[in-house]
Design a protein around this ligand. Structure first.
Ligand code: MG
Length: 395
């Protein structure tokens, strides 16, 4: 691994989303630690231009090519604008970058993530799709190039902290225990779950997040995706990855070791904590974040997830144990189903019915190239759309 420079130069993909704006907040508090040198967004051109002016970056990328002229009109002439999928690859491999933080929703982050690794950049991962779809490819490339994969997701960042940043201590670990808030319907009856509305699903009890992740937290698909991510990030078999519901979201995840000891990581529910640690690792830096006030925490509760009523965890385990293209299919079918639920085309339980139907219909193949996983992703999207237009529209 390359020695880590004192002041890291960071390229931020997905700068206008929830993780992106939190990353800029962390960077603003710690100007001696990071310099943001590149920003990329999908289509929010005005926010992107404002961020570019604030940070003084010389490189911006916009995925939606139709926004090029608008972006150009909003920026100083010496800022280089990178366009479309190629633009994402260019900005991810800038010679001066040390770390690329990928927080792009969906599959658009896959190719830039791999390009950054191949260019020798450390990768801070906030986009679940990268490891869920292409965990085998990404971890092999990172090992080969000697670059670090730094988890931004709070659960994986917690496990990363409990393992002190090391992979390869697998024989001393008995289980990784991901905590889940349980979502807003944790205590609802089956009859009530069947009637969940979009508005209800968009209200998360403890975390502020974008709409896709909020619905995934309500269905527990978010936790399923995180189980598959953990399998790749920490090189641990799916059978040793467990989930426990912890409604307060103070313990962000835990590692149980072979001697029976458990290490847990705790902090307030603020994504700035894992973002800061991913970017300052292996150092801990005093920023603006406040520690927990233990006397004010009334209690920390833990309970088993309702896996029969919320089948996402079992579906994820099946996808992770089977491997190959099935995790990519699990992810893609869920994305299409969530969109259909947001468009009021299917019910809340229709989300997991859709994913189950698409997984059952899939012929699994090896996931050893990005083209293979992207092909499985496309197949799953088409199959899910057909299922939603047919049988699932009636439930
Ligand atoms: Mg998470």
């Amino acid at each position: 691994m390359n020695p880590l420079p004192a002041k890291r130069k960071v390229v931020l993909l997905g700068s206008t989303g929830s993780i992106g704006t939190s990353t800029l907040k962390v960077a603003r508090e710690l100007p001696d630690e990071f310099e943001i040198i590149g920003l990329a967004a999908s289509s929010s051109v005005e926010s992107l231009a404002a961020q570019a002016k604030e940070t003084g970056v010389r490189h911006v990328a916009i995925y939606d090519a139709s926004q090029e002229a608008t972006l150009k009109s909003l920026l100083p002439t010496d800022v280089k604008i990178h366009i479309g999928a190629t633009g994402l690859l260019e900005i991810s491999t800038l010679a001066e970058a040390d770390i690329v933080l990928v927080a792009i929703v969906g599959t658009a982050g896959l190719y830039p993530a791999l390009a950054a690794i191949e260019a020798g950049k450390d990768l801070a991962i906030a986009s679940k799709e990268i490891l869920v779809m292409a965990g085998e490819i990404i971890t092999a490339a990172a090992d080969r190039r000697g670059v670090k994969l730094l988890p931004v997701d709070s659960e994986h960042n917690a496990i990363f902290q409990c393992l002190d940043g090391h992979r390869g201590t697998e024989s001393e670990i008995s289980r990784l225990i991901l905590t889940a808030s349980g979502g807003p319907f944790r205590t609802w009856s089956n009859e009530e779950i069947a009637k969940v509305t979009l508005e209800q699903a968009l209200k998360h009890p403890t975390w502020e997040m974008g709409p896709k992740v909020t619905i995934d937290s309500a269905t527990l698909f978010n936790k399923g995706l995180e189980m598959i991510e953990a399998r790749w990030l920490f090189g641990i078999g799916m059978e040793r990855i467990d989930v426990v519901v912890h409604p307060q979201s103070i313990v962000h995840s835990m590692v149980e070791f072979t001697d029976g000891s458990v290490l847990a990581q705790m902090s307030r529910t603020d994504m700035c904590f894992p973002i800061q640690y991913a970017l300052t690792w292996p150092r801990r830096i005093k920023g603006a974040l406040q520690p927990l006030d233990f006397p004010k925490l009334a209690k920390l509760e833990f309970e088993a997830p309702r896996t029969n009523d919320f089948p996402a965890i079992n579906l994820a385990r099946r996808a992770g144990l089977t491997g190959g293209t099935l995790p990519a299919v699990f992810n893609a079918a869920n994305e299409v189903a969530v969109d259909a639920f947001r468009a009021i085309k299917i019910t809340f339980p229709g989300i997991w019915k859709c994913v189950t139907a698409v997984m059952d219909a899939h012929q699994v193949t090896p996931a050893n190239t990005l083209d293979a996983v992207v092909a499985a992703d496309h197949w799953a999207r088409e199959t899910a759309a057909v299922a939603i237009a047919g049988e699932l529209s009636k439930i």
